[in-house]
Design a binder for this molecule. Structure first.
Ligand SMILES: Nc1nc2c(ncn2[C@@H]2O[C@H](COP(=O)(O)OP(=O)(O)OP(=O)(O)O)[C@@H](O)[C@H]2O)c(=O)[nH]1
Ligand SMILES: [Mg+2]
Length: 277
């Protein structure tokens, strides 16, 4: 039985404004609300300590408490503020003008990209989620005020769709990652149960070669025991040290349990602050 939310974006949908919160609009023209005491990058990643007591039992990561409050506030204001679906793109010639900083969520099919976007924005149906690998088949662009664009990407690797179609969209994913001038960071999602696979390594190499900054986010942490997760986290961070464009710290998340979302929001806010220079 395939469970999916079917009220997300559609091919060729008109621009669609989604639920707007009462929060301060994310973006003054400059982007993110800034705290004068913004913490260094490492403060954000310190939220990733793995709990010692087994599979995540739910609730936000307790280490979220260690985050810089200014960045957390900026991250919440940005990600929980107004967001609109801009368009779904099947051909690179159709993508929106590169007039805002952009972040993209990449990863193997079914790793949890669309779910993470819904978790980060607390909009259950912003991005389409499915048990079937290969649900997202276009580059889906979301706009956060005047602050940034976010892209939900089709997955790479195995997908339950005709081979020729999968090949076309995966080619587009790789070309987009290589050639988008406004791409501020790619979040490469890795399933906590599976760790880094060879097709993830291909993406790491592509991003290294293209000098596109990227950070690994582990997903579905609720599905893995804490001890295994801790080992996998260490191994992944060790592997990333060999990659020039990789951010050294991994953020551990569970969209299902809300874990790590505050840390990721704060990291995105910090990125935009840095990007603004
Ligand atoms: N247990 C658990 N399941 C999750 C989590 N995040 C996503 N899932 C499930 O994983 C499946 C795939 O999620 P999606 O968000 O559609 O994954 P995706 O990477 O966007 O997939 P494609 O678009 O097909 O590449 C769905 O059944 C989700 O409910 C999580 O944090 N924990
Ligand atoms: Mg998806």
């Amino acid at each position: 039985m395939i469970a999916e939310h079917d009220d997300g974006q559609r091919d060729g949908d008109p621009v669609r404004t989604l639920a707007e919160t009462s929060q301060t609009p994310a973006a003054s023209a400059a982007g993110v609300p800034v705290s004068d005491d913004a913490a260094p990058a490492d403060a954000v990643s310190s939220a990733n300590a793995v709990d010692a007591d087994g599979v995540d039992e739910g609730g936000a990561d307790t280490a979220d408490d260690d985050l810089d409050p200014g960045l957390v506030k900026a991250g919440r204001s940005l990600l929980l503020g107004p967001v609109s679906f801009v368009m779904g793109v099947a051909r690179l010639t159709d993508i929106p003008d590169p007039d805002l900083p952009e972040i993209a969520f990449a990863g193997r099919s079914n790793v949890g990209k669309s779910s993470l976007i819904n978790g980060l924005t607390e909009r259950g149906n912003l991005a389409r989620v499915s048990n079937t690998p290969g649900r997202t088949q276009q580059l889906n662009f979301f706009r956060f005020g005047d602050a940034m664009l976010m892209v939900d990407m089709p997955g790479y690797g195995y997908a339950e769709a005709p081979k020729a179609i999968v090949k076309t969209w995966q080619k587009m994913v790789f070309r987009y990652l290589r050639g988008r001038s406004t791409l501020a960071r790619v979040y490469v999602l890795i399933d906590a149960r599976h760790g880094v696979k060879d097709n993830d390594r291909e993406v790491f190499k592509l991003l290294d070669d293209a000098a596109v900054s990227y950070q690994v986010v582990m997903t579905k942490a609720d599905k893995e025991k804490a001890a295994v997760l801790a080992r996998r986290l260490k191994a992944t961070e060790e592997e990333l040290r060999r990659h020039v464009a990789a951010y050294p710290k991994v953020i551990v998340t569970s969209s299902r349990k809300g874990r790590g979302l505050e840390a990721l929001r704060a990291a995105i806010a910090q990125l935009l602050i840095e990007n603004r220079g």
